[in-house]
Design a protein around this ligand. Structure first.
Ligand code: DGT
Ligand code: CA
Ligand code: CA
Ligand code: ZN
Length: 654
């Protein structure tokens, strides 16, 4: 065992601690770390009401170091640091002590320990700075986010000088955003952190393998925390645990032993600088706009690491992959066979007797991988995505698990945008990218006229796009190239379940994706009205695909109320009678709408699923990967989707 390193000042998910020194010797801290700490010191001083000039001197020094081109270690080693603009004698010695000796000055450490944690927690609220936090602490006695929420809701902030009703509302919105952000993270973000962390651990000497477990491995649409299982010989545990604690990207350590480490990762885990990339303005608005982007840039995620010897690893991996419900069902199946299943092994009760934990595990049946565990229990290997106790245990025991769809089965996707509406890339560039991805076809469905904010295309422009597409298709056919474009539209669903173009225009298209965009109206209406309207639009002969079926934005807003079971059943009737009505699985990691639980239901009813990246750019096409993850989680096989069809077969279906 070794002690917990770093200052344990962190609120759940925030990072406001003094970094620990790198173990390799001076320079003990990077330029960025030092610049960050100076900024923190300035903020804490301000929170404590320090002299404004003192605050400013730290801010200036932080900014100066942040844009420094010279090597900080060298400036310190040569003493040149003392000659830099804005670095006086005191600050110069402090920086020297930190960089050359790995020791933060006592008064900085004290500043961190003497600031009430509740005030530091409040700093995480978007748009709220130290000055106003101090004001509210002094005048209203606010000392935590919870208390702040109370006084804001009691309308005590608005009357304060310099605040007002608008600031009060912004504080409430910020608290809401922060709590959502801290509670769970979207799959794409969780995977980015998780895979970066996993790669770094896997590369450490002594590590046989490191695997991302938990909800990330099960590809849930949102992730609570990351779980990583690492196979290491017992005698190397301490050394590897130490090496993990010293990786870049660890903001704080919550607890550390030789076999269990609990820590907080921040964006320095990424070798390149972290950016969320382009977000559809409409979606960005729902998840908090600029505030969201700022939170994400300064974001953190909790992670738990378990170190186990190689022969135990399959059991530990299976256990921490979960889900809890799947584990419980598995444990019961083991019990029925006189076996005890836990994170250490699959142990015959008769042999284990009174023994517990690792002691009992010495009698475990052997397993080289998870497949062996399932085999011992007379089951087929269950892909992690299915481990939700949604029928997979029985299916694995009766050889009736689905052969899940894979990215390589994807031959095209229907719902994509070009510069004709609000896409960033031209038709040509989108088509070219799809071909380079190895796709056999691409569907273009730009927005319809009603959606003015998305530059919905007029009927004339739409038909012109159709003529261009025909030319390209002809040209490719003449050149013997097996690739084609399908021409559709993403039609807004109008009052009464109507489509946004006259029938004679719609008749000239290959297909129609019908989507709800008037979210305010639809969210303000009850389930019965919404369901009826969707059913009406599905009944329109031109409609082939129902786009983002609930309109939900993960971590942003709930979808509108709708009885999707009724909608799917209605779609099933059409399909039975030979009319293609597919339900979209919007692959954007911000949506993943159809929910995975309902994918299985669609499959059961025989309603085809269209996995759609809803790409607004070339990059957007690669979101198909999240759609495939979610489709797998929803039990879908290639033949349950339109994406696995060849262009020729899909043309026939239209
Ligand atoms: P999350 O982090 O909320 O997104 O979801 P998970 O599934 O990653 O849950 P987490 O991190 O609390 O635990 C990881 C896995 O460990 C979980 O999926 C199953 C296993 N596990 C945790 N607690 C229990 C438990 O009380 N019983 C059983 N059977 N398994 C558990
Ligand atoms: Ca987890
Ligand atoms: Ca966990
Ligand atoms: Zn769209």
């Amino acid at each position: 065992m070794f002690r917990v390193v770093g200052l344990d000042l962190n609120m759940a998910g925030s990072s406001f601690a003094l970094p620990k020194p790198r173990p390799k010797g001076p320079p003990y801290f990077s330029r960025n770390q030092v610049a960050n700490v100076l900024h923190q010191v300035a903020v804490l001083l301000e929170l404590q009401g320090a002299n404004v000039f003192r605050v400013r001197s730290y801010q200036n020094a932080s900014r100066m170091l942040g844009s420094l081109t010279e090597d900080l270690g060298e400036l310190v080693a040569t003493g040149e640091i003392f000659d830099m603009k804005g670095i006086g004698k005191g600050l110069g010695s402090a920086l020297t002590q930190a960089v050359a000796e790995g020791q933060w000055p006592d008064d900085w450490v004290n500043l961190h320990t003497s600031t009430p944690p509740g005030l530091i927690e409040m700093l995480g609220i978007p748009g709220l700075g130290p000055k106003r936090i101090k004001l509210m602490a002094d005048e209203l006695g606010v000392d935590s986010v919870a208390r702040l929420k109370e006084v804001a809701e009691a309308n005590e902030i608005a009357p304060m000088k310099g605040f007002g009703a608008k600031s009060q509302q912004r504080i409430l919105d910020g608290i809401d955003l922060l709590s959502r952000f801290r509670a769970r993270r979207r799959l794409d973000i969780g995977l980015r952190y998780g895979e970066a962390f996993q790669r770094k651990i896997a590369a450490l000497p002594g590590v046989y393998r490191a695997t991302l477990a938990g909800s990330a491995r099960r590809r849930k649409d949102t992730i609570g925390d990351l779980d990583v299982v690492v196979a290491v010989d017992e005698e190397d545990h301490e050394q590897v645990a130490n090496a993990i604690l010293n990786l870049n990207g660890i903001a704080d350590v919550k607890g550390a032993g030789d076999s269990k480490i609990s820590l907080i990762l921040d964006t320095t885990i990424f070798d390149e600088s972290f950016a969320v990339g382009h977000i559809d303005p409409n979606v960005l608005d729902a998840i908090g706009g600029d505030d969201y982007e700022q939170l994400e840039a300064g974001g953190t995620i909790d992670a738990q690491v378990r170190l186990v010897p190689l022969h135990t690893e399959p059991f530990t991996l299976a256990y921490f992959t979960g889900s809890k419900e799947h584990n419980i069902a598995m444990r019961q199946r083991a019990i029925d066979r006189g076996l005890r299943l836990n994170e250490f092994g699959l142990i015959p009760e008769a042999k284990a007797g009174e023994l517990k934990g690792m002691e009992a595990a010495q009698y475990s049946l052997p397993a080289a991988d998870e497949g062996d565990i399932y085999a011992h229990l007379d089951m087929a290997y269950v892909p992690p995505e299915l481990r939700e106790d949604m029928g997979e245990v029985d299916a694995a025991a009766s050889a009736s698990l689905p052969s899940l769809i894979e990215t390589s089965n994807i031959r095209g996707a229907l719902h994509n945008h070009t510069t004709l509406s609000d896409g960033e890339a031209s038709l040509e560039v989108m088509a070219d990218t799809a071909r380079k991805m190895g796709w056999n076809w691409l569907g273009i469905a730009d927005h319809s006229p009603t959606l003015k904010i998305a530059n919905g295309a007029s009927a004339d422009d739409l038909l012109m796009q159709g003529a261009t597409i025909k030319q390209y298709n002809q040209q490719w056919a003449d050149d013997g190239l097996d690739f084609r474009l399908f021409h559709g539209v993403e039609s807004d669903i109008l009052e009464g379940g109507k489509l946004d173009h006259p029938d004679d225009v719609l008749a000239q298209l290959d297909y129609v994706v019908a989507s709800v965009h008037a979210m305010t109206k639809w969210r303000g209406r009850d389930e019965v009205d919404n369901t009826e309207e969707l059913i009406r639009v599905i009944d329109h002969p031109a409609t082939n695909v129902l786009g983002h079926p609930t309109g939900r934005i993960l971590q942003g807003r709930e979808g509108y109320e709708v009885d999707l079971f009724a909608v799917l059943e209605h779609m099933a009737e059409h399909n039975e009678e030979g009319r293609l009505k597919a339900i979209e699985l919007n692959a954007s990691p911000y949506r993943l709408d159809l929910d995975w639980r309902l994918c299985k239901h669609a499959k059961g009813l025989g309603v085809p699923v269209a996995i759609n990246p809803d790409a607004h750019s070339v990059r957007g096409l690669s979101d198909i990967a999240y759609g495939v993850m979610t489709a797998r989680k929803g039990w879908l096989e290639p033949q349950d989707t339109l994406n696995s069809l060849s262009g020729a077969d899909l043309a026939a279906r239209f």
